[in-house]
Design a protein around this ligand. Structure first.
Ligand code: NAD
Length: 394
């Protein structure tokens, strides 16, 4: 059952197309700060309830990132392993057409589970508006060579995770030069996080993927690890190093831990063996708020997921505003540095864990905008394609 409260959801649309077999929904949680932004998840089991919860998370994530976006999310019930690429893109196009009335004025799509740049291309084609989705291919441009797509493959999330760590190191009194790091997951986020950390002088000593964990206290070589992953399919084939089970990555004697793969990876079963002083949550929900609280009480600084991994949504905003990749990276760095610093300062002052400080700030920003909007004589529609009034200076 979807839970409604003062923040939303404002709109829920459920659509069906018998011809393509498309059945999907979009939950527009809150548009006070701008059009609702969130990805399209395609799984056989996706429900409105699940999408509504994710849409609310996006409301807070976009708010805390200081973006002029509200929160939303979409779901399409389909098993992409049983579809041809053509069928899959047909379903996306039909979904985009069916929700045309709200898109992009109230909802701007993006990639999520089982949707990527090609699906975003199909979405804007089906919708008929180039700005109705972000995460489009880099060679898809609104005008020749201008206002082109910025796909997630550019690595904005890992880049943002790196910058959040740089800021947090000052709070945790860790010197970047030589500080040891362990990373769970060597996909899009994990690889780019390692690349930037290594370039800045951090020593990445442990990396895991679904095939195992490689540990070498002398440090792992980024380029060679990339080659091994590409050639062998797993980081566990890298040498020299000690090969361990995947889960051991959380127990390594390191200064910094970066969970960048699955949910609930740090839990009651391994929390007592965590040795890191700083954890940057690159993955979504790598631990519950209760586990975060326990780590906080042990003196471990945890940068919450919706702060540390906001690089992706900041990149989406850059694309939405027609910026080029260079400007996008500039914006990600600037916003992640400013937001992480602001939240960690507030948390330290209030004596609470960073997630509590971030949530307080996210809710306050939405509440303030809602009050301002309510005080206006006529309710204004969210500002799509114009310079949004809620945009913070960047
Ligand atoms: P990805 O699919 O590119 O990579 C996932 C990696 O995790 C792979 O290397 C895989 O082998 C590894 N993995 C899977 N199971 C594992 C296990 N049990 N132990 C260790 N490693 C395991 O995914 P991604 O895009 O890098 O996303 C990683 C996390 O970051 C997810 O939680 C995702 O929701 C979150 N996230 C991603 C983005 C983005 O822009 N890609 C943005 C925000 C949040």
């Amino acid at each position: 059952m979807v839970q409604f409260d003062e923040f939303g959801p404002e709109k829920i649309l459920e659509v069906h197309d018998h011809k393509t077999g498309m059945h999907g929904f979009v939950v527009i949680d809150n548009t006070t700060l701008g059009p609702a932004k969130g990805g399209i998840r395609m799984t056989p089991s996706v429900t409105i309830d699940e999408v509504a919860k994710l849409a609310r998370t996006m409301t807070w994530k976009n708010s805390v990132a200081g973006l002029p976006f509200g929160g939303g999310k979409a779901g399409i019930i389909a098993d992409d392993r049983k579809l041809t690429k053509e069928q899959k893109l047909g379903i996306i196009g039909s979904f985009a057409k069916a929700i045309k009335a709200v898109c992009p004025k109230y909802y701007v799509a993006g990639p999520d589970m089982n949707t990527g740049e090609e699906e975003m291309k199909a979405f804007v084609e089906g919708n008929g508006n180039f700005r109705s989705a972000t995460g489009k291919p880099a060679n898809l441009c609104e005008y020749p060579g201008e206002r082109c797509g910025i796909p997630h493959e550019f690595g904005s999330t890992g880049f943002g995770v790196f910058h959040s760590i740089m800021v947090a190191c000052k709070f945790a009194k860790i010197k970047p030069g030589g500080a040891s790091v362990a990373i769970e997951g060597f996909g899009n986020v994990g690889t780019f996080a390692m690349k930037h950390l290594t370039e800045k002088g951090f020593k990445v000593v442990g990396v895991s993927d679904s095939g195992g964990c490689i540990y070498n206290p002398e440090g792992l070589d980024y380029s060679r690890l990339m080659e091994v992953k590409q050639r062998e399919g797993t980081v566990a084939k890298y040498q020299p190093g000690e090969v361990l089970p995947s889960g051991k990555v959380f127990e390594l004697p390191v200064d910094i831990l970066v969970p960048a793969a699955i949910p609930n990876s740090i839990n009651e079963g391994n929390i007592d063996n965590v040795k890191a002083r700083l954890i940057a949550e690159a993955a979504n929900i790598p631990m519950t708020p209760e586990i975060e609280q326990k780590l906080h009480e042990k003196g471990v600084l945890v940068i919450p997921d919706f702060v540390a991994n906001a690089g992706g949504v900041i990149s989406s905003y850059a694309e939405y505003r027609g910026k080029n990749p260079q400007d996008m990276f500039y914006l990600v760095e600037k916003k992640i540095v400013r937001n992480t610093r602001k939240i960690l300062r507030h948390a330290r002052k209030a004596g609470v864990k960073p997630r509590d400080a971030a949530m307080e700030m996210a809710i306050a920003r939405v509440r303030k905008a809602m009050a301002k909007k309510a005080a206006k004589p006529a309710a204004a529609a969210p500002a799509a394609e114009t310079k949004p009034e809620n945009q913070e200076p960047v």
